[in-house]
Design a protein around this ligand. Structure first.
Ligand SMILES: Cc1cc2nc3c(=O)[nH]c(=O)nc-3n(C[C@H](O)[C@H](O)[C@H](O)COP(=O)(O)O)c2cc1C
Length: 217
């Protein structure tokens, strides 16, 4: 089982969000298989909306570190998305990564994978942020095993919750757990993109081929 932890705090090891996210990884297979990415250590530019990734998947013309992260996401069974709450949203580094992964959304590339969300903030009012992490996961085809959010500094109770979330994530991967409400959202999303693929098939040639090869059209 491969677990990938993506941390979007600029505070690296001092990050309260990362502290909890590490507990998720520990709950999951004792953290033995977890790979860790601190987005602030990487160079990831903004999406330029050139649509090259739709035409020539999975390539992007910008030569930076996003390719490595996207490849690791594709190889993972479970992804822990960890972001502090910055003005009621994920941090810019996490949003930039998501924007650069728009091919994942068009082709539901995280299908059959599971994600979990970790958020910390000054207030503990993080529903918008955890909901957004779930939304991103579902639009990429992944099911969201759950989330923990906490007001900093993080309490032992929240660390225990994060550990339990790791166990839940691990069990979901092992048993291929189905979350029926999320599967309905993923199916709706697929329906929408099936329509778009037909409409844009002459431009998004490689993505259209991906859909054809999957037998989704
Ligand atoms: C730019 C910025 C925006 C923030 N916006 C919010 C916010 O909207 N609501 C909130 O409760 N805390 C907010 N905070 C506080 C952080 O979410 C909080 O300190 C968090 O625990 C930092 O996580 P970290 O230790 O993982 O970096 C903000 C902090 C920064 C630097």
């Amino acid at each position: 089982m491969k677990i990938l932890l993506i941390s979007a705090s600029p505070r690296k090891e001092k990050s309260q969000t990362f502290l909890m996210a590490k507990e998720v990884a520990r709950g999951c297979d004792d953290g033995k298989t977890a790979e860790i990415i601190h987005l602030c250590n990487l160079k990831i530019e903004f999406c330029r909306h050139c649509e090259f990734c739709h035409k020539k998947i999975p390539y992007c013309l910008i030569k930076d570190d996003v390719h490595k992260v996207l490849r690791m996401m594709l190889e993972a069974d479970g992804i822990v998305l960890a972001s502090p709450n910055y003005i009621n949203h994920v941090t810019g580094s996490m949003k930039t990564l998501f924007d650069r992964s728009s091919h994942f959304i068009h082709c539901l590339r995280l299908m059959d994978k599971y994600t979990a969300g970790i958020v910390s903030s000054g207030s503990g009012h993080d529903k918008n942020v955890t909901d957004y992490l779930k939304y991103y996961s579902n639009t990429c085809g992944a099911q969201f095993a759950g989330s923990v959010s906490a007001r900093a500094p993080v309490s032992q109770e929240k660390m225990d919750e994060a550990f339990a979330l790791g166990k839940k994530l691990c069990a979901a991967i092992k048993t291929k757990k189905e979350f029926p409400a999320q599967l309905r959202i993923i199916e709706e999303h697929k329906k929408h993109f099936r329509m778009l693929m037909e409409r844009r098939k002459n431009e998004w040639k490689e993505e259209y081929k991906y859909w054809e090869d999957k037998g989704w059209l």
